[in-house]
Design a protein around this ligand. Structure first.
Ligand code: GLA
Length: 400
């Protein structure tokens, strides 16, 4: 975990360079709509006040120096050397972005000194990777005047995950990090890739995250497998109606009629996606009526679907949901993000927060001998990039 000021300090000492740009790229929560994004469905995320920060200075040659402060690791590459990596490496989230820009015929003219870090806990399902990729893509776009749109930048970040990290993720995480606004959640239609802002007025309630502390190794392969199972489902529905291009076009009636014809696993994966899309739309309607009880019930229903039909939960996450179900003041909860670990998202009255923290910690500790992090987050503005240099004096402003 590093603060902006620490990062600026590291940057100046390490590179002996004036910090010129500061990028602030938020993580995200998702209220509801899980595993629907890559099925052209609906999601309801928003950026949160946890960030990856990049401090950047230009170089005159074509060398890039990257320092990942939270990992205390560095990496150097130059534009004329292709990285030769087998498997995963932390810096692929950065070098991959440059590669994706080059595929669009946008090659940076010079190298950069880069320092980054922040306060999004890694591996907790708050999309620190998407924040790194989308944040760095925004930096490259601004510093080299490439004039890509925000949607292009979201694609660059998503393709970095696909081509360099090996996760066939949807676009939700990077889209939320880029497009979010304060006091609103994004209703993103992943079919048209357009969004509406839904006001977030929770009255006396808050969303609180509980981090199970589980980081599942199989998460990436299981994620890609879920995606494939949905594609099998789509292929079947196309034999019935050629105009179907994704599960978004499949109705409740069609899924019911397919029960005896589809592989049972594929069938329940598809059923879950179709139901979850409806839950997103219902949540938006209940939010606009301020009916938080109903929103909470949909969160519990979403968890049940994720656990039993989509099978992306795990024992620890299910136990966290069972624990809060016994607390009458909790309106609803579910696992959040890709699954197999990470956080649950819980809706409860602010006045009960202390009691919630105490009970959940005690019960989870009793089961797993582990104190779960209970994280309060606020919704936040999407990625920003600021110049740290005063244009009149060409001096570092030191105003962060
Ligand atoms: C991960 C992916 C997203 C989305 C969620 C599940 O966070 O990166 O694209 O599919 O899982 O909703």
């Amino acid at each position: 975990m590093s603060s902006v000021n620490q990062l600026i300090d590291y940057h100046q000492k390490r590179y002996n360079a004036l910090p010129q740009f500061l990028v602030k790229a938020p993580g995200r929560i998702n209220i509801i709509g899980e595993h629907t994004d890559y099925n052209n469905g609906y999601v309801l995320p928003t950026a949160i006040d946890r960030y990856i920060y990049f401090v950047i200075s230009r170089r005159e040659d074509n060398k890039f120096n990257i320092y990942a402060a939270d990992l205390d690791k560095d990496h150097t590459f130059s534009l004329d050397h292709k990285p030769n990596v087998n498997g995963y490496a932390w810096y692929l989230h950065i070098t991959g972005v440059i590669d994706e820009f080059r595929k669009k015929n946008h090659t940076p003219l010079t190298g950069l000194e880069i320092t980054y870090g922040g306060d999004i806990p890694g591996g907790s399902g708050l999309s620190s990777s998407a924040a790194i990729e989308a944040g760095f893509a925004t930096a490259i776009n601004t510093i080299f005047n490439f004039a890509l749109t925000k949607l292009d930048l979201a694609y660059v970040a998503q393709m970095t995950e696909h081509h360099h990290i090996g996760v066939q993720c949807g676009i939700m995480d990077m889209y939320a990090s880029i497009f979010s606004e304060k006091d609103k959640v994004l209703l993103l239609d992943c079919n048209s890739l357009t969004h509406q802002f839904v006001p977030l007025d929770l009255k006396d309630c808050i969303f609180v995250l509980v981090n199970s502390g589980v980081k599942h190794n199989l998460a990436d392969s299981a994620y890609n497998e879920r995606r494939q199972q949905c594609e099998f489902g789509v292929a079947y529905f196309q034999t019935i109606d050629q105009s179907i291009t994704s599960l978004r076009d499949v109705t409740f009636q069609m899924i019911e009629s397919a029960k005896d014809f589809l592989d049972p696993i594929v069938w329940k994966r598809c059923k879950y996606v179709i139901e979850e899309n409806q839950r997103v739309l219902d949540t938006v309607a209940y939010l606009s009526e301020n009916n938080l009880e109903k929103v909470g019930a949909l969160l519990y229903a979403s968890h049940k679907g994720l656990s039993e039909d989509y099978e992306v939960s795990c024992k620890e996450l299910d136990d966290l949901i069972d624990i809060v179900k016994e607390l009458p003041y909790v309106l609803g909860a579910r696992m959040m993000g890709g699954g197999f670990g990470g956080c649950t998202i819980n809706l409860l009255p602010i006045s009960k927060l202390n009691s919630f923290k105490k009970t959940v910690s005690e019960k989870y500790k009793f089961l797993y001998n582990f104190n779960p992090d209970i994280i309060e987050v606020n919704n936040a503005q999407g990625i920003t990039i600021d110049s740290l240099i005063d244009l009149d004096t060409n001096k570092y402003t030191n105003q962060v």
